[in-house]
Write a protein that binds this ligand. Structure first.
Ligand code: GLU
Length: 419
């Protein structure tokens, strides 16, 4: 885990790496590496004891060439302006790689939500929504859940926006509860695209997924669903999982459902009694497994740790879990990395389906959602492989960025010049 790597610099390095293979001038490249604008707000909110507290919040709108800005809002003490800028850039290239008609954005509040009551979180969320109101809308910028936010926060933001605007506009935000206009399959979508990417990757590499050993770092929404689906749909053996409190290991394979239930009850995976051993996060990340799924936060694997990674394949469920130096080491060591902007794109892809359903006021079955998601991820995977082979690219991340950058550039060029 590396705290001193700035994720915004990582994003810029990733764009630079891929831009070498794309016909793009220095001036336009600058556009692809910087947000169009960033809102910074200080939310003054009354706490339950009557005192006031100020929370710093951001929304970065990185690029709108392909459609409205799109991306989540996270609540975390580690949120910073540069982190939000990086995450908003990753959204641009994520939406482009799966070819959905959005640009990219991201927001966050510097807060540890565990320290606040539900009513305090509601006031904080509504205060942020009030600040965001002029800048969001179903055709402008569409927020969604991210780390430590979910249906509850999305429903509050929708209600605040609709009340202040005096309208109904469920498509202003995605990731809502089903009865508030959410989509079936949205909660599982990020983990589902991770599973689908792993399936396609193993197939492409000629590896067998049945019985393959898997370690999952992070057992929140993305990691736990990916683990469950890898086990139940592909027959993989999830031997280790972790969260911020530590990791558990069982060479015979863990019961991914039971571990999730245990975490829901106790707040963490550690202490789960059917595991044979407890490990540190670092031990999990360097385990000798067929597949490693980092599903927590940025910079989980730096160059030093990358030298110790024992997995053959990495599929990134988190955003930015590898530093660019780690990427170089893993490329050198022939560890295959399938990047976040494809592997976790299921979340935003089903957000897109939610938005389409909201606009049509016509709702799909879960089966239809999952079928359409699979089609998007498989087609995006094939596009990435085509680019990888055609340009003889060093790794799959660069391939994903080559595809995505080209699409953003096309939209930018086709819209002509504004004097
Ligand atoms: N926060 C998710 C991501 O990083 C989902 C974004 C969305 O649904 O707009 O991709």
């Amino acid at each position: 885990m590396s705290d001193d790597v700035n994720p915004f610099e990582s994003l810029q390095e990733q764009v630079d790496d891929a831009a070498k293979y794309v016909d793009v001038g220095e001036d336009t490249l600058e556009r692809l590496k910087n947000p169009e604008r960033v809102l910074e707000a200080n939310l003054t909110v009354e706490l339950d004891d009557g005192s006031l507290s100020v929370f710093r919040a951001y929304r970065s709108q990185f690029n709108g060439d392909r459609g409205p800005y799109k991306g989540g809002i996270r609540y975390h003490p580690g949120v910073s302006r540069d982190e939000v800028k990086a995450l908003s850039g990753w959204m641009v290239y994520k939406c482009a790689v799966v070819d959905i008609p959005y640009g990219g954005g991201k927001g966050g509040i510097v807060i540890d939500p565990i320290d606040y009551s539900e009513s305090e979180l509601e006031r904080i969320t509504r205060s942020f929504a009030t600040e965001l109101r002029p800048f969001i809308g179903q055709d402008k910028d569409i927020p969604a859940p991210d780390v430590n936010t979910g249906q509850r926060e999305m429903n509050w933001i929708k209600d605040t926006y609709e009340t202040l605007e005096g309208t109904t506009e469920p498509g202003v935000i995605t990731g809502k509860a089903i009865d508030s206009g959410g989509s079936r399959g949205r909660v599982e979508a990020t983990g589902r695209s991770t599973m689908l990417t792993a399936r396609e990757a193993f197939d492409y590499l000629g590896m067998d997924m049945t019985g393959a050993t898997v370690a999952v770092q992070g057992y929140g929404n993305a990691g736990s669903v990916a683990a469950k689906l890898l086990e139940s749909e592909l027959g993989a053996s999830v031997v280790a999982v972790s969260d911020s409190s530590g990791a558990i290991y069982d060479p015979a394979g863990l019961d991914t459902h039971a571990v999730k239930e245990y975490k829901n009850e106790t707040g963490s995976v550690t202490g789960y009694e059917d595991a044979s051993e407890e490990l540190t996060n670092e031990e999990l990340l360097t385990m000798d497994v067929d597949l490693l799924v980092p599903a927590a936060l940025e910079n989980a694997i730096d160059a030093e740790l990358a030298r110790e990674v024992g997995a053959d394949v990495i599929v990134e469920a988190a955003n930015g879990p590898l530093t660019p130096d780690a990427d170089d080491v893993l490329t050198e060591r022939d560890v295959y990395v399938f990047p976040d902007i494809l592997a976790n794109a299921g979340g935003v892809t089903v957000s897109y389906f939610e938005w389409v359903q909201n606009r049509q006021r016509f709702y799909w079955t879960e089966e239809r959602v999952n079928e359409e998601l699979e089609r998007h991820i498989v087609e995006a995977f094939e596009g990435l492989i085509d680019a990888y082979e055609e340009h003889d690219l060093p790794n799959f991340r660069t391939a994903a960025y080559v595809v995505a950058i080209q699409r953003v550039l096309n939209a930018y060029d086709e819209s002509g010049t504004w004097p």
